[in-house]
Design a protein around this ligand. Structure first.
Ligand code: EPU
Length: 442
């Protein structure tokens, strides 16, 4: 497939697009279907690469997956079986989700093989929290050159753990393992992102007993059997923010159907502080949405820090940075979730932005990276006139931001490695076309 797109910048984006279920819930809900003894049905699933990878892995393990109307996927886990290591390894390096198959496969067939993981290169992305939690449950983990082999000769038992950091993936690992482990699990310092709460809703529909307490404590009472679920996922708030920033950076006006205010309040506050306008449309029953636009005048510089929920999401940072290149004054960004999530700014500098990266913590949110020599803070001086350039997509969110910058820039950009965007943005090119972007294949 042609992996290079040519973007003619300078045209404001105008129009309407719709987002589907959140990538970072849908893929986990698909894994949860493995735990049930009856069919599960997930609505409004986006057609993206991460979904294809998880579907492929489920099918290798004997889950029958079929498609219904309007993005519906149906999972029949009646005949879960061991899969061939070579066949699983075809998916090596393509996504981080396979690590979440550990608990469900141990419960269903007593063995799990996990290939080398992939995902975006935005930091070291270790899996130490996952493995120590699995060992606490009683799993044996053996590392081999081709991946991880897990067994649970004495079954899986609930336990008490405290995560060193509220990791989304490790919290999901514990949930997907504890629901069918013997006894009670108490997880402290858990992540409580809306996607996690939605996964808890999925598991509750399946028969799990999970309570979320104050101060990041989640308590799970293991049950011996789970059934299927029927679920409509929360909308993709990461994608919504990407299009919102596209409207702001290009002086445009974009209505994002299916966007929901409740899980985006922190983003909306920043969007408004920068000078963006939005209007929540929830007057009708049904999907509704949010309209985002540039109201004219100058954008304002802001200081922001990414953090775990309810803080500003790390995935909202990159599109916001593009908008901040157009704001008057000095903006400051402190990235506290991933140590290397500012690398994408190199391309913006090449396009004319003034951005300086720092190893120091430029903010007061407690951070693991200040002492460790990572360039994880940025100062952006604006407004800058951006011009077209030759760009290479570094990772999913950074890559979308390169597009944004190219759309906001004067002149033509050539963007390589575009296929990476399809990992997380459904119908990316069609949506750009619907908003009037001037984009063509090289
Ligand atoms: N961490 C560890 N050890 C672990 C696990 C995590 O040190 O065993 C560290 C990470 O290195 C990172 C921090 O903990 O510094 C947070 O990582 P987390 O586990 O929360 O992230 P994740 O589960 O790998 C998910 C999303 C990311 C999103 C983050 C934060 C999925 C598939 N990915 O990643 O989304 O940025 O949570 O909200 O759900 C994206 O969609 O493009 C994306 C990268």
């Amino acid at each position: 497939m042609d992996d290079v797109l040519v973007v003619h910048g300078g045209a404001p984006l105008h129009g309407e697009i719709r987002v589907r279920g959140a990538k970072n819930l849908v893929s986990k809900a698909m894994v949860a279907a493995l735990l049930g003894e009856a069919e599960s049905r997930l609505h409004d699933v986006p057609s993206i690469r991460d979904v294809e990878v998880v579907r492929g892995l489920l099918e290798l393990h004997g889950v029958r997956v079929s498609e219904g109307p309007a993005g519906e996927l149906v999972f029949d886990p009646a005949n879960v079986e061991r899969a061939n290591v070579d066949e699983i390894n075809v998916h090596a390096g393509s996504s981080r989700i396979p690590i979440l198959f550990c608990g469900p496969l141990l419960h269903r067939i007593g063995h799990a093989f996990i290939p080398d993981l992939g995902g975006c290169r935005i930091g070291d992305r270790p899996i130490d929290f996952h493995l120590s939690a699995l060992r606490e449950f009683g799993a044996h983990v053996e590392k081999s050159p081709e991946g991880l082999h897990l067994t649970a000769p004495d079954g899986l038992r609930g336990s008490k753990f405290t995560l060193p950091y509220p990791s989304v993936g490790a919290t999901e690992q514990v949930l997907l393992t504890a629901v069918r482990a013997e006894g009670v699990t108490e997880l402290r310092n858990a992540a409580v992102e809306p996607e996690i709460i939605d996964l808890i809703c999925v598991l509750q529909k399946m028969g799990a007993i999970i309570s979320v307490h104050t101060d990041r404590v989640i308590r799970i009472e293991g049950v011996p059997h789970l059934t299927g679920y029927q679920h409509r996922p929360l909308p993709d708030r990461l994608e919504v923010a990407s299009w919102a920033c596209a409207a702001l950076a290009t002086h445009g006006d974009v209505y994002v159907r299916n966007a929901q205010q409740v899980d985006m309040m922190t983003f909306l506050n920043v969007f408004r502080s920068v000078g963006g306008a939005f209007e929540v449309d929830d007057s009708h029953t049904g999907s509704g949405g949010i309209r985002f636009w540039h109201p004219g005048g100058e954008l304002s510089a802001v200081a922001l820090e990414t953090d775990v929920h309810p803080g500003l999401m790390t995935d909202w940072q990159q599109p916001l940075v593009v908008a901040l290149t157009q704001a008057r004054g000095l903006s400051i960004v402190h990235e506290t979730v991933y140590e290397q999530r500012l690398g994408f700014t190199d391309a913006l500098v090449k396009m004319g932005a003034t951005i300086q990266l720092y190893r120091e913590c430029l903010g007061s949110t407690p951070c693991r990276f200040g002492q460790r020599n990572f360039l994880h803070s940025a100062v952006i001086s604006g407004p800058s006139k951006l011009h077209g350039a030759e760009l290479e997509i570094p990772d999913l969110r950074g890559g979308f931001s390169h597009f944004l910058a190219a759309l906001a820039a004067e002149g033509t950009s050539r963007i390589h490695g575009v296929d990476l965007i399809n990992r997380g943005y459904e119908d990316f090119e069609a949506k750009l076309a619907a908003l009037g972007a001037r984009v063509e294949h090289a």
